[in-house]
Design a protein around this ligand. Structure first.
Ligand SMILES: Nc1nc2c(ncn2[C@@H]2O[C@H](COP(=O)(O)OP(=O)(O)OP(=O)(O)O)[C@@H](O)[C@H]2O)c(=O)[nH]1
Length: 310
């Protein structure tokens, strides 16, 4: 018989595990969470540091629930030192909440000897935590020199004593090894109460998810500093009932705020074509993510930039 805990219906023998992903910026944390959960819950981009919110995604299989605590990537040693001093949101704080860590390494960086941040991260990690961890090596699709990779991974394995089992080699993007990793993670659950109903995949409010998905589209199409200067303002959110259609359609109006006509031009593209493309693509992903029909309106608005105001 299922029992109700608070608002949540769960089986008598419910189990739960909180998982934290630790890795340098761009290691593929967001991509991996999306693969594991099977939904676009976090923003994925080729540029580092796009994870703005700490996102908790959840995945329920049978009686087990996994809760993923996503952490912002660590870009440099300097950033890591700031983290230690508690100046920026600390991934370490998230670590203390977790039952199990996934230590995510970028296979390509390991073979190219550009893994400085990782080395530093692994040297610091044992000082702040000893939670059990899986060592997961991502982006194996990018590696040719496999012996070199295995040798480097062995060194990492020795650095954090609480690593459970053998390292796992995956490609989050290519969906290789992800099913095996999911099974491993499910094996780390302990008796406990679920935090989300079985069918909920993320605790982000729908609005935050929508804004993330819109942002992902312009990040995918613009380069350089430009994506970072755009801010979002939600100006409309209503469900519109349409005759002959069973489920209402969600009508969303968002403004993209920039501080100059030049920036507006870049975002609009020739005759507004780029903005149209962004809106169309975002409309599709939002509709899929929320499971309802969506009509998205995007508008570029030039606002005075307080930083440059005299
Ligand atoms: N070739 C390859 N690329 C991958 C793989 N996994 C992720 N990527 C790419 O690596 C880039 C970074 O991925 P993200 O998932 O945004 O990385 P992240 O660790 O969440 O990054 P931050 O938000 O900066 O912390 C994206 O361009 C992904 O498509 C993989 O298995 N193979």
């Amino acid at each position: 018989m299922p029992k109700t805990f608070g608002q949540i219906e769960q089986p008598e023998d419910a189990e739960v595990a909180k998982i934290v992903l630790v890795g340098a910026a761009n290691a593929g944390k967001s991509t991996l969470i999306n693969r594991l959960v099977g939904d676009d819950v976090t923003i994925v981009s080729a540029r580092p540091q796009t994870t703005r919110t700490r996102i908790m995604a959840s995945l329920t299989m049978g009686r087990r629930q996994l809760l993923f605590l996503d952490t912002p990537g660590i870009v440099s040693r300097k950033a890591l030192r700031r983290v230690e001093r508690g100046v920026v949101t600390s991934p370490w704080r998230t670590l203390s909440e977790a039952d199990c860590a996934v230590l995510l390494l970028d296979a390509y960086k390991l073979t190219q000897k550009t893994d400085e941040v990782e080395k530093y991260l692994f040297a610091e990690l044992p000082k702040v935590t000893s939670i059990p961890a899986l060592l997961v090596v991502n982006k194996i699709d990018q590696v040719e020199d496999q012996p070199k990779l295995l040798e480097t991974v062995r060194k990492y394995q020795a650095m954090y004593k609480a690593i459970v089992g053998e390292p796992m080699y995956i490609s989050a993007l290519g969906n290789v090894g992800v099913d095996e990793l999911r099974l491993q993670l499910l094996a780390s659950t302990r008796p406990g109460n679920w935090e989300f109903p079985a069918n909920v995949k993320s605790d982000l409010s729908d609005l935050t998810r929508v804004e993330d998905l819109i942002r992902a589209e312009w990040f995918a199409r613009l380069t350089g500093y430009m994506p970072y200067v755009v801010r979002q303002r939600n100006v409309g959110w209503k469900y519109v009932a349409a005759p002959q259609v069973k489920r209402p359609m969600l009508d969303i109006k968002q403004e993209l705020l920039v501080s100059s006509g030049g920036e507006a031009k870049i975002l609009l593209g020739a005759k507004g074509a780029l903005l149209k493309e962004i809106a169309l693509a975002a409309n599709r992903t939002i509709s899929k993510a929320l499971g309802c029909r969506v009509r998205l309106h995007l508008q570029v608005v030039v606002v005075e930039d307080r930083r440059t105001r005299k």
